[in-house]
Design a protein around this ligand. Structure first.
Ligand code: NAP
Length: 487
């Protein structure tokens, strides 16, 4: 069966490569190849840089309000095409339609809308120095690169392009090889909205293309989303010309459920923070610490809801709420972690195996899995699994749980459930994590900065401060009096 072939998107149009190299993309729910994509070879790479240079000349010369107006048009198109784009995300990632339809495109559009609104608010300063004065300008960095993960492909492309473009930069974006189509659709939308050619180019391929971006001397910044190990490599390469970096990396986040918590709410948070997007969410609370006095009732409700309310199957079926993992290889990795958990002494309360639902028998599904009898040194409690695997741990006191929650090299997110307002803030303030929730889990509005502590990241996405990370300050000193020179 022949499938469509997508080329790279450079300077407002599709561009054929010369090497003929391409890769196939499979639907994780069916194991079928759905399309192919050409790899960005040297010809495409060169064209992408030349185009970005031209795009930067035009885009950075526009007034912020003009840029804002154009980006708002792109936002309207994204929302208009929500269903078509959401379907692409479902077919590429295997995630349920019921999520993609209301989250992926909309949270991407929200962020572009937010930064489009902020674009004209960027101001410099002016300060007198005796009779002289200086002023500052917020200038864009130039050509930036974005490298995305496969779990929220379109959303990640929007979260990186929103602030980059609003601040007057241009972006060359490389999506994950697993999920390359959403970024192309975004590129088409930008062009349709009036974003000049070259401002958002999409190059395709795996690590090699990523490496090219991170070492290219004319790229000023890399915004990366992916694993900690890859992030370290990207930072090393980016050091070649001292590029700025933003790193959005992995996590092993704690959720702490105190004895006075609303238990049903805490169970909802634990399930959302482990099983949403079949567990492939960076902020997931995969270490659920429950106070000994409520441990059993918490587990009872968690088990009952996990076994009765989760429906795995064809992700396009609106009733399905557990999709397929991204690839067969990743499914195996998650199953290997489960085996390791069992071998190290943890007990599977439910799940712990692959699934083959009737409506998607060839998909890469893993049953929602809950481990109990866990201790802090187990591999499943220490390493990011990135699948629907939750470890439940027991604790007795506040200081103990804070120390245990912080006992990791990662620090992306954290959550606390308690009715005690003082304790909620006291505990959250002591947790080493960049994204925290009290009596909630997972919400990430465009206005809220997100990013990791420790090895979970550098810099932030979303929120006002992100715009600053896409600008540099130029100071201009203006002499109003004669120069006093000893020469
Ligand atoms: P990954 O394997 O690190 O890949 C991320 C991106 O980097 C992909 O586009 C990948 O290309 C590319 N890449 C691989 N090696 C590279 C290299 N040496 N130089 C430059 N680019 C390179 O991560 P993933 O498996 O796609 O995503 C899952 C990870 O992302 C998890 O750890 C998750 O926690 C993290 N994540 C973090 C956030 C956050 O906001 N903190 C959000 C989402 C996901 P190919 O895929 O084409 O090989």
């Amino acid at each position: 069966m022949t499938v469509p072939v997508f080329q790279n998107f450079v300077h407002g149009q599709f561009l054929a490569n010369q090497s003929g190299e391409k890769f196939a993309v499979k639907n994780p729910a069916t194991d079928q190849v759905i399309y192919e994509v050409e790899v960005a070879d040297e010809v495409v790479q060169k064209a992408a840089i030349e185009s970005a240079k031209q795009g930067f000349q035009v885009w950075s010369a526009m007034s912020p309000i003009e840029r804002s107006r154009i980006l708002h048009k792109a936002v309207a198109l994204l929302r208009e095409r929500n269903d078509q784009l959401a379907e692409i995300e479902v077919l590429d990632t295997g995630k349920p339609w019921q999520e993609a339809e209301c989250v992926d495109v909309q949270t991407g559009a929200d962020v572009i809308e937010y930064f489009a609104g902020l674009a004209p608010t960027q101001v410099g300063s002016q300060q007198p120095v005796g009779n002289d004065f200086f002023y500052t300008r917020k200038e864009p960095l130039g050509i930036c690169a974005g490298i995305g993960a496969w779990n929220y492909p379109l959303q990640i492309a929007c979260w990186k392009s929103g602030p980059a473009l609003a601040a007057g930069n241009v972006l060359i974006f490389k999506p994950s090889e697993e999920t390359p189509l959403g970024a192309i659709k975004l590129a088409e939308i930008f062009i349709e909205a009036g974003v000049p050619a070259g401002v958002f180019n999409v190059v395709q391929g795996a690590a090699k293309v990523g490496q090219w971006l991170t070492t290219h001397p004319q790229i000023e910044k890399v915004s990366f989303t992916g694993e900690v190990g890859t992030g370290k490599k990207v930072m090393q390469s980016a050091a070649s010309n001292l590029k700025e970096v933003t790193m959005e990396l992995g996590g092993k986040s704690p959720l702490i459920v105190f004895e006075d918590a609303d238990l049903s709410q805490a169970v909802s948070a634990a399930m959302l923070g482990n099983f949403y997007t079949q567990g492939e969410v960076c902020t997931n609370c995969t270490r659920v610490f429950v106070h000994r006095s409520v441990y059993q009732p918490f587990l009872d409700e968690l088990l009952e809801r996990t076994e009765h309310n989760i429906i795995a199957g064809d992700p396009m079926d609106p009733s399905v709420n557990l999709g397929a993992l991204i690839s067969k290889q990743h499914q195996q990795l998650v199953l290997d972690y489960i085996e390791k958990g069992i071998a190290e002494g943890a007990k599977v309360l439910t799940g712990g195996r692959a699934l083959s639902p009737e409506s998607a028998p060839n998909g890469y599904f893993v049953a929602p899995t809950i481990f109990v009898d866990c201790d802090d040194d187990m591999t499943i409690v220490k390493e990011e699994i990135f699948g629907p695997v939750m470890s439940v741990l027991v604790f007795d006191d506040e200081q103990e749980v804070i120390e245990r929650a912080n006992n990791t090299h990662l620090g992306l997110a954290a959550g606390v459930f308690t009715q005690n307002i003082k304790r909620a803030h006291r505990v959250i303030h002591q947790l080493a994590a960049g994204i925290c929730w009290i009596n909630s889990y997972g919400n990430s509005p465009a206005e809220m900065p997100v990013g990791g502590y420790k090895q979970s990241g550098i810099g932030r996405e979303n929120g006002i401060e992100t715009l600053d990370q896409y600008t540099q300050t130029k100071s201009v000193y203006v002499g109003m009096s004669d120069i006093e020179s000893p020469f």
